[in-house]
Design a protein around this ligand. Structure first.
Ligand code: XMP
Length: 327
């Protein structure tokens, strides 16, 4: 499966009937490859792993074992949605692992951004490997690798780390049903498989999750402020027709405080930074200029509804000179 390549002649999948044909082709290929054996899949709830899971469920049903690791750095409602869509609606064999304390305890007091990323990556592999060892008869590993992952990895831009990291005793044969697809095609296929729009048209979300939006040492209260403010921002973007139009938008709660006033009393709380950007390649990024009434509304909601926030700032810096994320 490793060396399967996108044929030069392959037509871009844009229409439902093309997606149906692709799905049927992959279902046949998976059944042929896997037979009656079991496949393990780390299901984050992102577009690629979700579409990969949905194709595998259609092909082999309960022979697929999905593992969803909640590392405490997911957005509000994400673990619940993964359980609802995959376990309840698609009938998947889904193992939910609550690893929130394990991750947050390990990250406590760690300020260096690279060390934070390293801990999150390593813990993820350890938690996933622990679950894999509890299972019998797994011979395959499902992965939501997509075609740009292969191209970027070949060009030396990004290490294609999907397959990497698992210990030697857990080297499974790979099953990669969306491997030859571009991102827009993965979305068309996902839609056709019946996945919800807010899963299929989801904005990019970094692997270390909200951890990189809580700069410096992560504390549970500041992380909650990031999660709640992010949920408000997403809700308001959806209400104002910006969901799916703006490439990426999120909040950051930095580790410093300033004075404010609440109910006539002095407060000393964090600011919340809003960043909304557009791009095609994420190498150069422009800023989305928000309507003034939306700005006012966001300031009002976030300062009144999110504990610990007394000020809202807007980041209008393009990339370069700034990166998209803060760490
Ligand atoms: P930067 O901050 O490098 O981000 O300008 C560019 C894009 O990549 C996303 N990003 C990540 N995605 N793992 C990921 O899967 C990561 O560690 C990671 N860091 C940044 C970022 O959200 C943006 O879309």
């Amino acid at each position: 499966m490793e060396d399967i390549r996108r044929p030069d002649s392959m037509e871009r999948i844009t229409r439902p009937e093309q997606a149906d044909a692709f799905i049927q082709e992959q279902v046949d290929l998976i059944r042929k490859q896997v037979g009656d054996k079991k496949v393990l899949l780390a299901l984050s709830g992102g577009v690629d792993s979700s579409v990969c899971a949905a194709i595998l469920i259609r092909a082999i049903g309960e022979q697929l074992v999905c593992v969803h690791v909640n590392h405490g750095l997911l957005r509000k409602g994400e673990p619940e949605q993964v359980i609802q869509v995959f376990r309840e609606e698609l009938g998947a064999n889904l193992i939910y692992v609550d690893a929130v304390d394990r991750f947050l305890d390990k990250l406590a007091g760690v300020t260096d951004p690279e060390e934070k990323r390293h801990i999150i990556g390593n813990e993820f592999i350890e938690v996933f490997a622990k679950e894999a060892r509890k299972l019998d008869g797994i011979e395959f590993l499902g992965q939501g690798t997509i075609w740009p992952d292969i191209l970027e990895s070949e060009a030396g831009i990004k290490a294609h780390h999907n397959a990497g990291g698992l210990p030697e005793d857990l080297k499974f044969e790979l099953v990669e049903p969306v491997r030859i697809l571009f991102k827009d095609e993965v979305r068309v296929v996902g839609k056709q498989l019946g996945l919800p729009d807010n899963m299929v048209y989801r904005q990019p979300f970094p692997g270390p999750g909200l951890g990189v939006r809580c700069p410096g040492a992560i504390t549970r209260d500041r992380l909650e402020a990031v999660r709640e403010s992010d949920a408000i921002l997403r809700e308001e973007f959806a209400k104002n027709g910006l969901e799916g139009k703006v490439w990426q938008y999120f909040t950051v709660v930095p580790d410093f405080k300033s004075t404010g006033i609440k109910d006539g009393k002095r407060t000393f709380n964090w600011p919340c930074i809003i960043r909304a950007i557009n791009t095609t390649d994420v190498i150069e990024v422009t800023v989305e200029h928000l309507p003034a009434d939306l700005i006012d509304h966001l300031v009002k909601r976030i300062t009144t509804e999110v504990p610990g926030i007394n000020r809202v700032l807007f980041d209008y810096t393009p990339k370069p000179p700034a990166t998209v994320e803060y760490e």
